[in-house]
Ligand binder design. Structure first.
Ligand code: FEO
Length: 397
């Protein structure tokens, strides 16, 4: 794909990765993009680079835009290797006069590439530089989602180059939000937030406040992954504002795994009870649903009901994996309960309860375990548990 002029003299020069399917534990079912942007003015500035295997794409695109002119600055908004691992090769070829980054960005570049000789220049929050007709303002975005992160705002164009924030892991031939199905776009943006930014919700809130305080008018948001928000940049900012509140909906997830279908039967019965209380329910078998897709549903769920039979005095490995992943992302404002079948020792329910307590999920019932196959009465008790959780969720609302 050739460079795309996204604004006058501002070019997308990134790379399309159609086939990546795993992003350290997150399934990228439709690939991703590594977006880099080139601003051509009296000075030329490149904003971020691409993942190393795509360095030739980037080099070719830069050449197509600038010809024999020199790139003056490389602005590193984020050092994670999907945006910087082609930097050593790019540095050799284009030899910019400066690498502009945050102080933490300089540390991270040194820790990754061990090049003391590169021409670093640290920039501060709020600092501006002129490229000629265009001015760049730097906005610190610490811990969104790395300590080095910053945004770059093109003042005259009202264009926010937003690093990882507002991105999506979705590879398309289109470059803009107004060229694709908006509902699919929001699905990818939701998954991205739930799996990458959820634990930083308070900082997302703060950053949106900073953007408002600075009075930045935004015509376009150009993230480092996925589509550029041209048609409706306010839509994604509003969505981040809402998601970072982590306000629960009347929605329950029954997340479970099963050995001989007993825990599964319990899941269905609990679901029946919840439905009777008018709660929207999703049953998510861990064998059929990837942890990162489940996490997307967790974002707006009010209740998490977690089921596992006992295996070797513990929970099934799939549930341990899910809980470990979820704990790292720190979902807030949930209620929960545990359930599962057992044969003789039956530790899974209490172990899941411990995990929920550590995540500050409010446990509304000590949980339910049944021995081997459930009786009709057991299933009726599961339905009752579902109604109890549904009532608790309704009261919370
Ligand atoms: Fe897309 Fe945090 O790198």
């Amino acid at each position: 794909m050739k460079p795309v002029e996204i604004e006058r003299n501002v070019y997308w020069v990134g790379a399309l990765d159609w086939n990546v399917r795993d992003f350290h534990g997150y399934t990228t079912n439709k690939g991703t993009t590594y977006n880099a942007y080139l601003v051509v003015d009296e000075k030329i500035a490149l904003f971020d680079t691409v993942k190393e295997p795509f360095k030739s794409d980037l080099i070719q695109k830069i050449g197509q835009v600038v010809g024999s002119r020199q790139v003056d600055y490389i602005i590193v908004n984020h050092v994670e290797p999907d945006h910087s691992s082609s930097l050593p090769a790019i540095m050799e070829i284009i030899k910019p006069k400066k690498i502009l980054c945050t102080p933490m960005g300089k540390n991270k570049l040194l820790e990754h590439y061990h090049r003391e000789d590169w021409p670093y220049e640290e920039v501060k929050h709020g600092q501006m530089i002129s490229l000629g007709h265009k001015t760049v303002k730097f906005i610190e975005a610490r811990m969104l989602h790395w300590p080095d992160a910053m945004f770059s705002y093109l003042v005259e164009d009202r264009l926010l180059i937003s690093s990882d924030a507002f991105g999506q892991h979705w590879c398309t031939s289109e470059r803009f939000d107004d060229e694709v199905d908006p509902s699919e776009l929001m699905k990818h943006a939701t998954k991205y937030f739930a799996n990458i930014l959820l634990l930083y919700s308070p900082l997302v809130k703060k950053l949106i406040g900073t953007i408002t305080q600075l009075g930045l008018e935004i015509n376009m948001i150009a993230p480092d992954h996925g589509l550029i928000w041209r048609g409706s940049p306010s839509k994604i900012v509003q969505a981040y504002d809402t998601w970072s509140d982590q306000k629960p909906k009347q929605k329950a997830l029954i997340i479970y795994d099963t050995m001989w279908h007993s825990t599964e039967k319990m899941a269905y019965a609990i679901g029946q009870g919840l439905t009777e209380e008018k709660i929207s329910v999703q049953l998510l078998d861990l064998k059929s649903n990837h942890r990162s897709d489940i996490m997307t549903e967790v974002l707006e769920a009010g209740a998490l009901i977690l089921g596992s039979p006992t295996l070797n005095n513990g929970m099934l490995p799939s549930m341990a994996d899910m809980l470990h992943y979820m704990r790292g992302l720190r979902p807030q404002n949930k209620i929960g309960a545990a359930f599962g079948s057992y044969g003789w020792s039956g530790e899974a329910v209490s172990l899941i309860n411990q995990e929920m307590e550590e995540m500050k999920i409010k446990i509304v019932d000590p949980g339910m375990k049944i021995k081997h196959f459930p009786t009709q009465k057991d299933l009726e008790t599961c339905e009752e548990l579902g109604r109890k959780i549904g009532n608790a969720l309704n009261e919370k609302a």
